[in-house]
Design a protein around this ligand. Structure first.
Ligand SMILES: Cc1cc2nc3c(=O)[nH]c(=O)nc-3n(C[C@H](O)[C@H](O)[C@H](O)COP(=O)(O)O)c2cc1C
Length: 206
């Protein structure tokens, strides 16, 4: 019988650590549901001058790239499910994560992304700073690339209470880069488990 254990890639961008914390929780949930998991942080693309503008950005970037490595096309091909995380940038996906998504044209052309499960998560500063618009903006390339989009829905009590969104997990960091709350992390873990279940079922059906 074919191995139906799902391979899950968590690919994210983060500068202040909120999306990184959500990524770790998504990975934890995926592992808990039986997945083999790779966590990767996409590289920076803004100038060194921009990165030097805020104390801590350069140091955290170096630490995260050393800890996780950057995602590769081989990671994407390996994965049965991919969960994408980005900070909100003016109500939208970060250019850093989008640049990696834009590098998937070759895999798309070969039909290699068809039928992989895909989910999204984000962090904003404000409660109405565009968390939902960011998450939905990521659905658009997912649809073009042939992924099976897996939303959170209201599949966990914490979502019904308003932690995270039906589109994907989220956290609100405020003015001082507050880390995700335990409730927000619980939703992210739930998302990792849910995408693993869907990815494993799709793999078994192939
Ligand atoms: C260039 C830029 C644009 C941003 N745009 C928004 C925004 O539209 N809405 C919002 O709530 N926060 C915005 N933020 C704040 C980040 O999305 C927020 O601090 C997030 O938690 C950072 O995630 P991280 O800790 O993983 O880097 C922006 C930050 C930067 C640097």
């Amino acid at each position: 019988m074919a191995d139906s254990k799902a391979n899950i890639l968590v690919a994210f961008y983060s500068r202040d650590g909120s999306v990184e914390a959500l990524a770790k929780a998504v990975a934890e949930g995926a592992r808990g549901a039986g997945a083999e998991v790779r966590v990767r942080r996409v590289p920076d693309i803004v100038s060194a001058a921009v990165m030097a503008h805020v104390p801590g950005w350069e140091e955290r970037s170096k630490r995260m790239l050393a800890a996780y490595g950057a995602p590769t096309l081989a990671d994407v091909e390996w994965a049965d499910g991919i969960v994408w995380g980005t900070p909100t940038r003016f109500g939208n996906t970060s250019a850093e994560l989008k640049a990696f998504i834009d590098s998937l044209g070759g895999l798309w052309f070969q039909g290699k992304l068809n039928g992989k499960a895909s989910g999204v998560f984000t962090s904003t500063a404000g409660p109405h700073g565009g968390n939902e618009t960011t998450l939905v903006s990521m659905y658009i390339p997912m649809a073009h690339l042939g992924f099976i989009i897996v939303p959170n829905g209201y599949t966990h009590g914490k979502l019904v209470e308003g932690h995270g969104t039906p589109y994907g997990s989220s956290s609100m960091s405020g003015q001082h880069s507050a880390p995700p709350t335990p409730d927000e992390l619980e939703v992210a873990r739930h998302q990792g488990g849910r995408i693993t279940q869907v990815a494993a079922a799709l793999k078994a059906a192939r």
